[in-house]
Ligand binder design. Structure first.
Ligand SMILES: [Zn+2]
Length: 178
């Protein structure tokens, strides 16, 4: 008994065998016509058990229609399948690499997003602080100006008083001389 190999859909060789012989080994059912699609068996026609693996035990190849291929063709098929598997592996590795790279990019992006948010917060804090400082400076300037005006008035006042005193003094002197 040979396990059923992978098969391919082949419209020229399909359907259930109509003859009563041969029948599958375990179930004695009319086998189905299949074409193998696996390694050196690729392309070989066979009659196989009609019971699908999902519905019980498939009792495998009932009978091969084609004899084994010429060894050279078998080697070629072998090489082709190897190439196919290698490429598939390469694709899997590439996919893994790509996914790893993608994950790295995502992490970097998340980090940048966090840094950016922090930066925005810092800048807005800086502006707030600067605004506060500007207000403070304006206030200080206003206070200084006010004080300056007050001093100016005081000086002016004292100057005015001095002038009046001087006038009074003069008036007094004039009166004395008269
Ligand atoms: Zn069977």
């Amino acid at each position: 008994m040979q396990e059923t190999p992978d098969t391919t859909v082949e419209p020229l060789f399909c359907g259930q065998l109509e003859l009563s012989e041969p029948t599958c080994m375990m179930h004695h059912m009319r086998p189905i016509k299949c074409v193998a699609f696996e390694g050196t068996l690729t392309g070989r026609r066979f009659y196989g058990c009609p019971v699908p693996q999902s519905e019980g035990v498939n009792c495998g190849v009932t009978e091969w229609v084609d004899k084994p291929w010429h060894p050279i063709l078998q080697n070629c098929l072998s090489r082709l399948w190897d190439m196919y598997h290698e490429q598939n592996c390469g694709r899997v590795v590439d996919k893994q690499k790509y996914e790893k790279h993608l994950a790295k990019l995502k992490t970097e992006n998340d980090k940048l997003c966090i840094e950016y948010t922090k930066l925005v917060q810092d800048v807005s804090k800086m502006f707030d602080w600067q605004d506060g400082r500007v207000d403070h400076m304006d206030y200080q300037k206003a206070v200084e100006e006010e004080e300056f005006e007050k001093k100016k008035k005081e000086v002016e006042e004292s100057a005015r008083l001095e002038v009046q005193m001087e006038k009074l003094k003069l008036a007094k002197e004039q009166r004395c001389t008269l």
